[in-house]
Design a protein. Sequence first.
Lengths: 316, 368
Amino acid sequence: MKRPRATIAFVIACSLFATCGVSSASPALGGAVDRPAATSPAFPVSVKSGDGTVRIASRPERILCLSPSATQMLYEIGAGSQVVGVDEYSTWPANAPRTKFSGDETNAEDYLYLKPDLVIFAYPSGTMIQQLQKLKIPVLLLSAATTIANVDSQLAELGTATGHVSGAKNVESSFAADIASAVRTAGGHGRGATYYIELDPTNYYTATSGTFIGAEFSLFGMRDIADGAGHGSEYPQISPEYILKEDPDYVFLADTVCCGANAETFARRPGFGVLNAVHLHHVIGVNDSVASQWGPHTMETFVSLLARVLRQGASS
Amino acid sequence: MAITAAEEAPAVLFGTAPAVAATIYPTRLRLAHVLVGVAFLLVAATLSVLIGPADLPAGGVIKYLLSKLPFVHLHSGLSTTGSIVVWQLRMPRMVLGGLVGAMLAVAGASYQGVFANPLADPYLLGIASGAGAGATIVIVEGPALGHLPQSALPPAAFIGGVIAVAATFALGRARAADRSAASMLLAGVAVSAFFVAVQTFLMQRSSPGDLTLVYGWILGGLSTAGWGQVGLVLPYVAVAAAMLFACRRLLDVLTIGDEEATSVGVRASHVRLVVILAATLGTAAAVSVSGLIGFVGIIVPHTIRLIAGPSYRRIIPLSLLFGAGFLILADIFARTVLSPGEVPLGVVTAFLGAPFFLVVLRQAKRLG
């Protein structure tokens, strides 16, 4: 049950201690991106990284990106030609130079054959950042976004770090326009509707509206049944009884790839056959990555799907 | 210590001599202990079906359950969803928790008896590591193995657990012709280490999402409990518990040592084989549906031992009752303490069980 990179990486981090499509990848999932390079700012530059700031002396020409979301952003803003390697979970764009790296490596020496001059992570892994800093290789840590605004600021930071400031601004604008267009498409349907997004069919891990996936539902005025269930965790484990009690209007299964979940298997679980979402055929399988990737491509695709689902749901 | 002849012990299975199995302790199962155990189990079971995030009225739940009895016609007032919550979620979860708890407790007690080791638990001979490796293979390598469905996880865990114990047994036998307790324990350590290495290797190569699934399984839980799982586990638990119950007097005999047991006509190696077989099958079945729930197999038998004495004639049947009740109560805690969120059941059993056991231990010392 291989899971794209980090569907519940957050769950591990938060509770213990997206390229989307209906069950299958969307047509645009594997599309190649070849955007023209934009203007370069004067280097050196300083950009926010995790809790601190990183100084980049000159325009990076050999970027190693170990975050699928950041990979999407790099290619969207026109920095794709500077990328020499991406992690194994970066599935978009298809022409990205995928490696066997997961981002969980613990020895910086593993990366050196690529001769990177900038390494980008979504999660800090052991002492990797410190090791790379000792090797004088700048490291950019772009942690999981929790809002659309976070995505915009990460685009801006990547634009500055890679010399594509105007490219980043263009993507921000088109991203905002696409989101707004999708919300208009939904025509207000979904406002007040409840939803449950499933990340794991055996332990019922889910995401609250305080996550980036939750922020996408919030665009349409939808209400997450897991809000308030986390007791401090944005990726709580809830009980099936609670799902039955809340009887959500929509169910999104973000465990189709890892665990083979689908509308049929969902309806066959004890008691779930009576759920409103099951009766209305509002149980939608999506690619697991919607819950772990906040890149513009993933988010735009998912928000568009959501708009279509809500519009169809209103007419059903 | 008086040694008295056992009456109906199945010693013929274990010795060439006539049924001369013996019991060491002049204690018999006391009715008061059984009644307390039954009451404890009933209270736990009742609370389990009454409590949950759906906030169903207690009266309605009780009426609904009574209406399931033959010739009883009551209007519960529960909605369709309420009825489903009670009958398809709470009831099977309670029953499964009881079965798993009873099995783990009685298996733990049996292992402690058969190995004369107070730290023995149901996972001693490698069930946990074998089942863990089986479950991890399905989770991590599922796609490579032809997209194994989620339903393949319980059988894989079961098979992994059984293979591990079989390997332990074979290894222990190879090391010592008489299959002594020490050689079995050493073999268990080696086999556990091997399967843990397999599991760790797979986890190290897996994605964080897969890791979450593996950890979720390792920490145990009953959130997917249904009548289907109850039906799956019940035969194994029933047969295993019956076999271990039948061996309770022989376990008392083993406490005097293998050679002494042989002198009274009991073949320690044969007893050990049957007890391990029964405990393994039952535990592997329990683990396959609940994941690894730790501590039950240690704290329940020891608590009973402290309260009711060291005879397995008491410990085995009382472990069934109190083990079932304990895990049902732990599960109530797991699904209510952060309601509507849940806490992994294995975390709860350790979190509640460890201090509880320390209190019992301290109390026993004071009284003793």
